[in-house]
Ligand binder design. Structure first.
Ligand SMILES: C[S@@+](CC[C@H](N)C(=O)[O-])C[C@H]1O[C@@H](n2cnc3c(N)ncnc32)[C@H](O)[C@@H]1O
Length: 233
């Protein structure tokens, strides 16, 4: 394995040969640690969509896994039936991570400044990233690092929807149509060179729960998209 500086350099070249650097700029370029100082104890999806996410994780993640929740908040959407060996949450706000009951380890780490992940090679069986890929300014570097810290054939599951906080989402995410974002995420997997894509799913058009704050708008439940790949070694 080449040293971290070489890995970073190679991925940066890869990013620039496929994307423009402006693709990963944001309207709000304030440092993320400042922006995430205040904890946000909110549901990012309605409960029907969250149920879909939980069921997906339950279906895909083997029992007794060591799991990393990358860009973690107060809820990892992992049901206790998963019987994880450990769940590490990496995020930006300590109070959010403290409130997350399933985490056995909590790490504050700004991926947009330092995409090199603070874990050894082959350390996890599964890595999840829920409704957060749109905030990554160095997705190829991060995906490549996830490939490094996963054991051979370990799963990386990336879940997303159409809700976002636009000022912090990268411009390519906002300019890509919702229907094409699955391909964008598949490209991150492919261009990182560390994964074989194993599957994707989308769940759309389910009824919105009546107790949801947006029920009165007559819109369906939030869509759930997921792409997952297994680590190539
Ligand atoms: C929309 S929330 C999703 C939280 C959680 N994954 C969930 O499903 O509820 C986005 C999360 O990304 C994390 N995040 C944003 N920018 C980050 C960065 N630069 N490095 C690491 N985590 C970041 C924030 O801490 C926040 O919890």
């Amino acid at each position: 394995m080449p040293p971290a500086s070489l890995r970073r350099c190679k991925m940066m070249q890869n990013t620039l040969s496929y994307y423009k650097s402006s693709d990963f700029t944001r309207d709000n370029e304030s440092p993320d640690p400042e922006f995430y100082t205040r904890p946000r104890f909110v549901n990012h999806l309605d409960t029907t969509a969250l149920n879909t996410v939980e069921e997906l994780y339950l279906r895909l993640i083997p029992k007794d896994s060591r799991i990393l929740d990358l860009m973690s908040g107060p809820d990892s959407h992992l049901r206790s039936e998963i019987q994880a060996l450990s769940v590490c949450g990496l995020g930006m706000n300590n109070l959010e991570l403290e409130a997350n009951p399933i985490l056995t380890e909590r790490i504050i780490h700004d991926l947009n400044v330092e995409p090199i992940l603070p874990f050894p090679d082959n350390h996890f069986d599964a890595v999840i990233n829920t409704v957060s890929v749109d905030y990554m300014v160095k997705p190829l570097e991060v995906f490549s690092e996830v490939g490094r810290i996963l054991r051979p054939k370990g799963l990386f599951i990336v879940v997303f929807s159409n809700r976002m906080f636009p000022p912090k989402a990268v411009s390519i995410w906002k300019s890509t149509k919702e229907s094409a974002r699955v391909d964008l995420v598949k490209n991150f997997f492919k261009l990182s060179g560390k994964f074989s894509i194993e599957g994707y799913t989308e769940s759309k058009g389910k009824p919105r729960p009546e107790d949801d704050k947006y029920f009165h708008l007559g819109i369906p439940s939030d869509p759930v998209y997921a792409v997952w790949g297994s680590a190539l070694k």
